[in-house]
Each structure stands twice: as structure tokens, then as C-alpha cells.
Design a protein around this ligand. Structure first.
Ligand SMILES: CCCCCCCC(=O)SCCNC(=O)CCNC(=O)[C@H](O)C(C)(C)COP(=O)(O)OP(=O)(O)OC[C@H]1O[C@@H](n2cnc3c(N)ncnc32)[C@H](O)[C@@H]1OP(=O)(O)O
Length: 180
């Protein structure tokens, strides 16, 4: 089935903000994290930006492939907020097309292509420098819808309790959006 944008999804252009401040992909409290910023786009699409820092190197002066896969995973994961579905990555298939130098901005675009029961199919592309830049990475992903119990049963109790104690209801909901 074609994906359906939730009526309460953030408006196109709106920054999604971090879903969890300890998230390695988007959280502000991870000094070496990606600090990726995703923005809602039209339909079930997002755009995102991530600046490659020295802490993200694999080879000298170049981004680590696993870090780039994280940027793709994080961007693809943020699509689920537009569907308002709690889901985790089941499969992430990545093409590394071109090396990404430290200090460059990776500009990402992602969209949900189809939904089948609990399965959410999505795709993403990352370009160096901006929307017209050369393609550096691509990914196709399968996210699987889960209940919040997935996190409560599998996560560490201390972190779960800390999130549940947050008086901010939106923050509580978003922490479990994908990966606490
Ligand atoms: C905004 C924030 C962005 C953050 C982005 C970060 C996102 C993440 O990184 S999440 C963390 C990484 N992912 C995980 O930890 C998930 C670990 N895996 C799991 O917990 C489980 O395997 C889980 C929940 C994915 C699936 O388990 P379960 O709920 O038992 O589902 P299961 O019945 O096996 O599968 C459901 C369907 O998905 C399919 N499926 C499951 N896994 C896969 C896979 N890897 N490849 C292909 N198909 C799969 C199954 O075949 C099945 O299909 P169908 O309904 O057609 O028979």
C-alpha cells in the first residue's frame, strides 16, 4: 500500500528535533554523535543534514562507512514520525558511492515507498554539500512496526525510568519513537 502521512505530522519544512537527547544519531547530549537534523518534507518524506566531524573518521580525513550508515538509518527512522508509527530497523542495505570528507555536510533525502501490515519500506540518498551535490550514499530499508513494549522489555531499566519520568509528554512519546 502507498504510505499515508499522519494528519498530525509536522508541516513540510518543520525541523523534527531530536527524538531522544542520548540518541547517537540526533541527540544533543552525545558529544561525538552525529547531531543530525531532520526536517519534514511533502508527503512521507524528510530531508536531513549531518556535518562530518573528525570523531566520525574511518580512513584519514574521511567519514567511517558505519557512521554514514547511521546517518542513513537515523534519517530513514525519522520518517516513522510522519506516519506516527513506532518502528525499528529490520534491514538496512547501503551503497557507498563516493567517499565523504571530514567537515563536509551530508545532505540526505528519504521517503517511505510502501507499507505492508507491520512492514515499512523506505529509501534514502545522501549527497555531499547540498541537494544538488554528488551522490555519496544510498540505502533501502525495511522498518518493522513494534509496540512500546519492545523498548520496555529490551532496554535498560535505568534509561527507561529516566525517560518515563520526564514531565514533557511529547519527549516521552518521541523517545520511544524508534530507539531509546
Ligand atoms: C527518529 C529516530 C531515528 C532513529 C533511527 C534508528 C533506528 C534503529 O536503529 S532501531 C535499532 C536497530 N534495530 C533493532 O534493534 C531491531 C532488532 N530486531 C528486532 O527487534 C526484531 O527482529 C524485529 C522487531 C525487527 C522483528 O521481530 P518480530 O516483531 O518478531 O517480527 P517478525 O514476525 O520476525 O517479522 C515481521 C515481518 O517482518 C519481516 N522481517 C523481519 N525482519 C526482517 C529482515 N531483517 N529482513 C526482511 N524481513 C524482515 C518478517 O519476515 C515478517 O514478514 P511477514 O509479516 O511478511 O511474514
Amino acid at each position: 500500500m502507498a504510505p499515508v502521512r499522519h494528519p498530525d505530522a509536522p508541516a513540510p519544512g518543520e525541523l523534527l528535533g531530536a527524538h531522544y537527547d542520548q540518541c547517537f544519531g540526533c541527540g544533543g547530549s552525545q558529544p561525538h554523535g552525529l547531531h543530525l537534523e531532520a526536517r519534514a518534507a511533502e508527503g512521507v518524506r524528510v530531508t536531513a543534514e549531518f556535518t562530518v566531524r573528525p570523531a566520525h573518521q574511518g580512513a584519514p580525513g574521511l567519514a567511517h562507512g558505519g557512521v554514514l550508515a547511521t546517518a542513513l538509518d537515523e534519517t530513514l527512522g525519522s520518517l516513522n514520525w510522519l506516519l506516527r508509527v513506532i518502528a525499528v530497523t529490520g534491514r538496512l542495505e547501503t551503497d557507498f558511492v563516493r567517499p565523504v570528507p571530514v567537515d563536509s555536510v551530508l545532505y540526505l533525502e528519504a521517503e517511505v515507498t510502501a507499507v505492508h501490515h507491520r512492514k515499512i519500506y523506505s529509501t534514502a540518498i545522501g549527497r555531499i554539500g547540498g541537494p544538488e551535490g554528488p551522490v555519496a550514499v544510498r540505502a533501502d530499508a525495511l522498518f518493522i512496526e513494534v509496540k512500546v513494549d519492545h523498548f520496555i522489555e529490551n532496554g535498560r531499566p535505568d534509561e527507561i525510568r529516566a525517560v518515563m519520568a520526564d514531565p514533557d509528554q511529547i519527549k516521552r512519546a518521541r523517545a520511544f519513537e524508534v530507539n531509546p
